[in-house]
Design a protein around this ligand. Structure first.
Ligand SMILES: Cc1cc2nc3c(=O)[nH]c(=O)nc-3n(C[C@H](O)[C@H](O)[C@H](O)COP(=O)(O)OP(=O)(O)OC[C@H]3O[C@@H](n4cnc5c(N)ncnc54)[C@H](O)[C@@H]3O)c2cc1C
Length: 455
């Protein structure tokens, strides 16, 4: 008999992790605190409850990174995708899900699995031994949150994400923007040119402030606001405090010279910073926001150089517990200081139902393989799964780490395909073809190694 795998949290990630590990022959206990202990967003005691929208987003596995993730999870016999497909609602190219039957079906499959036990208990400390996956999500209970903070250090655990928008580098107009660190600070050329700068004249700045002030904003959920103002003011709130506030804050124009117009001093400068090691993504520094997504796109495209910007993700401020995975986790999602504890799901710094379930799928397989004494081949970086796990466990900038959706900016470039708008269809197709081949190879290697994954 194998050792038991304990999974804390029966959400998207924990449910998928349990399914994968149990199908590999490992005994699993899911510890889920609901319905005895609730959260402000969950309504039921079901596993895999969708707390807000009922969409798994695009189901296009040729032109969309999240659709590709769907494909990879289906290929791996994923329970979350199988039940989403079973309870699919008409929604064009998106995968919308009938949420209550979906959660009930996931729950029934897990409860009826001979290798899985579900216990409705809250876990409030980090385990000393055994095999564990922590998949407690964005609303991790307070007791466990404190235990994680005590282990990782308070700096490495966030209770809110204050996300600045992230832009694809190849959609920025470099005939208007330029690379320069403030006062050319830095010992190397790379450091001296670490920031991408977009200049504004006075009229552009005033129009931008007007747009910020009238833009539609989202409201906080009830119970969500505690602690939010700690150093992460939304830009529109800064603008409300005074028209000059941003010009003296994240948009200050000092220490910078625009090489395209060296004789003209910009009135304000928007700075972007590299967001991944590949250099394909840049975040807009200090631009966390509660503006609605539609408003963000039009307001941010007012910034010179970003007129045609494509966004890998838009900004937001949410209640969200997540760890600084790039510094805390190894490539197998194990806590470096306690390798018997893995993390999975949104708490690792991915964002969304699909991404969370995907990281649960990987954690479940990795943990089960470890328990069974089998070495899994490294998750291929060119798959969507691999691009995500690589991002959170090493590819992302640890200093500015914020939760991330899957997107093509996380993928290594494909030889022979140029960036930019033109050729995007062919480029995305090349990404998804390459990913499917890599992922299929990874799965086949496990079957060849005599591992069974009956869905
Ligand atoms: C208000 C809100 C709205 C959201 N809207 C969307 C959306 O529209 N679309 C989207 O894709 N994503 C959305 N998300 C993110 C979404 O929650 C995640 O993408 C996804 O549910 C994360 O999966 P998970 O398994 O990591 O966490 P969850 O699905 O939240 O599962 C974690 C589970 O752990 C349990 N738990 C917590 N602490 C403990 C403990 N100490 N002991 C035992 N059990 C515990 C919880 O009860 C929960 O069941 C939203 C999040 C929030 C907070």
């Amino acid at each position: 008999m194998s050792e038991t795998l304990h999974i804390v949290g029966g959400g998207m990630a924990g449910s998928e992790a349990a399914w994968q590990a149990a199908n590999m022959g490992v005994d699993v206990v899911i510890h889920e605190m609901r319905p005895h202990v609730g959260t402000f967003a969950h309504r039921t005691g079901d596993l895999a409850e969708m707390v807000c929208s009922n969409s798994f987003r695009s189901d296009d596995d040729e032109q969309n990174a999240v659709g590709l993730l769907h494909w990879e999870m289906r290929a791996a016999g994923g329970l979350i995708m199988a039940m989403a497909d079973r309870h699919r609602l008409p929604a064009g190219g998106a995968l919308a899900v009938d949420r209550d039957p979906f959660a009930r079906s996931v729950t029934a499959h897990l409860m009826n699995h001979p290798k899985i036990i579900v216990q409705h208990t809250e876990i409030t400390s980090l385990p000393e031994g055994g095999h564990w996956i922590i998949a407690t999500g964005p609303l991790t209970s307070e007791g466990l949150g404190q235990a994680i903070a005590a282990e990782t250090g308070a700096q490495a655990l966030a209770f809110f994400d204050a996300i600045a928008p992230i832009v694809y580098h190849d959609s920025i107009d470099m005939s208007r923007a330029w690379m320069q660190s403030r006062y050319d600070k830095g010992d190397t050329e790379e450091e001296r040119t670490a920031y991408l700068n977009c200049p504004m004249d006075r009229d552009q700045y005033e129009a931008f402030i007007d747009a910020l002030l009238v833009a539609e904003k989202t409201e906080f959920h009830e119970g969500e606001t505690a602690g939010y103002f700690d150093g992460c003011l939304p830009i529109e709130v800064m603008a409300e405090r005074g028209r000059e506030t941003l010009r003296h804050g994240p948009m200050k124009p000092v220490g910078l010279t625009n090489p395209h117009q060296p004789e003209i001093k910009p009135w304000a400068v928007v700075q972007l910073r590299r967001d991944n090691a590949l250099g394909t993504l840049y975040n807009i520094v200090g631009f966390q926001t509660k503006m609605k997504y539609g408003a963000q796109t039009s307001v941010f495209r007012m910034i010179p150089g970003l007129e045609n910007a494509q966004f890998a993700r838009l900004g937001g401020i949410h209640r969200n517990t997540f760890i600084n995975s790039p510094t805390l986790l190894d490539a197998q999602m194990r806590l470096r200081t306690r390798p018997h504890v893995r993390f999975a799901g949104q708490i690792t710094g991915v964002e969304g139902y699909v991404e969370s379930a995907a990281m649960g799928l990987l954690a479940g397989r990795l943990a089960a393989a470890e328990i069974l004494g089998r070495a899994l081949p490294r998750v291929p970086q060119d798959s969507a799964m691999g691009a995500l796990i690589h991002h959170i466990t090493g590819g992302a900038e640890a200093r500015t780490f914020q939760p991330m959706n899957v997107n093509f900016g996380l993928f290594r470039p494909v030889e022979g395909f140029k960036g930019g708008r033109r050729g995007r269809i062919d480029r995305y197709r090349a990404y998804t073809d390459r990913a499917k081949a890599a992922w299929s190879g990874w799965l086949e290697a496990q079957i060849a190694d005599d591992m069974s994954f009956a869905p």
